[in-house]
Design a protein around this ligand. Structure first.
Ligand code: FES
Length: 117
């Protein structure tokens, strides 16, 4: 079962720019475009470029390292449909952005330790 995790006050996410946050075990890139929030994996599938630091054009983010592009709505590259990043549901509760992650990604690291308990 998936779980929403609070990650950032909405006031700290300016429109038209990315922001990387840690949610559970994932680094997630947040964007606000025309009043809509988007959350995708921060790591580019090419060579791990930080997508939150890329350039936005509408709902398309360009990786800052080699300019691969990804649509924030789908995670799919407009120029190569085989290139994709994960997208996550996002919402705002009481002024805080929350990102929904699957359980295995949302759990704190200590819960994943197979040698504990
Ligand atoms: S690391 Fe993103 S395009 Fe190369």
């Amino acid at each position: 079962m998936a779980k929403f995790l609070p990650v950032l006050p909405i006031a700290d996410l300016p429109a038209g720019r990315g922001r990387c946050v840690t949610a559970g075990r994932r680094d997630v890139a947040l964007f606000q475009v025309e009043g809509q929030l988007y959350a995708i994996d921060n790591s580019c599938p090419h060579r791990g470029g930080p997508l939150a630091e890329g350039d936005l054009s509408g709902c398309v983010i360009y990786c800052p390292l080699h300019a691969w592009s990804f649509d924030l709505r789908t995670g799919v590259s407009p120029s190569n449909s085989r290139a994709k990043v994960a997208t996550y549901p996002v919402r705002v509760v009481a002024g805080t952005i929350e990102v929904e992650l699957p359980d295995e990604a949302a759990a704190p690291l200590e819960e994943a330790d197979p040698w504990s308990a």
